[in-house]
Design a protein around this ligand. Sequence first.
Ligand SMILES: [Zn+2]
Length: 261
Amino acid sequence: MSEDKAKETENKPEEAIKEVKPEEPQKPAGEPKKEETKAGEPKKEAEAPKKEAETDGSKYSYPNKWGRVMLTSAEEVMGAQGVAALLNLAGMKTLIGNYPPDNMKKEFTFEMIGKLQAGIWEMYGNRGARVFATRAGEQTFKGGLSQFKSVAAAAQVAMKVGTLEAKIKLGLEFFCRFFNSVSDQVVEVSEDDKHWIWTITRCPVCWGRKTDEPCCHLAIGVLQAATAWVTEGKKFRIMETECKAKGDKNCVIKIEKIPVE
Ligand SMILES: [Zn+2]
């Protein structure tokens, strides 16, 4: 892990929230970070906010709506009491009975998401976390799309044509852009012979976590919902093969190209 606490910048989270631009171009993964200080040049506070410090989980966020959906779907699985216990455990007491508002403002931080996922894992184990993630993923996906009906409709029209493979490719590329533009998560899509590859270079799900096995179940849940939506209900085998929480560079999720049903 090359994370370096010392690199925290002065950027305010509000700055990030203001720039909610759709289709914001994303930096390619692995782009070398610029040196913070050039020789003889004092570090300035007033510099334009650049997304450099990858260690500060309060700087990056999901829309409130998605945070809200995480909590409401957690309620479905574990009840309101369970969610209260979870929020307690995660050190997020202020959210008990006070879920984020139902809007697309980027205020639900990666730090919060990571802590929540870690709490669920702690309370319910790896398996329980998976069950939860499938449901939450589905709802996050649906909730996210309902805000973008016209975009989603256009995507669906485009996806009507072509082979199953072409549809999925188009669909994943669409969702990739969608996620990258409405949240601070950064995703790239690629493929090999047998898989679609969803690479998360800035991942909220495992933010701040250390695990022995991949733990980004929520991302898998969202992809399950997304691939089902694109293919009108087909199921695909989806697994996370690399995960930042276990020391890998990125979180890598592979989707088999041939559906199981
Ligand atoms: Zn991850």
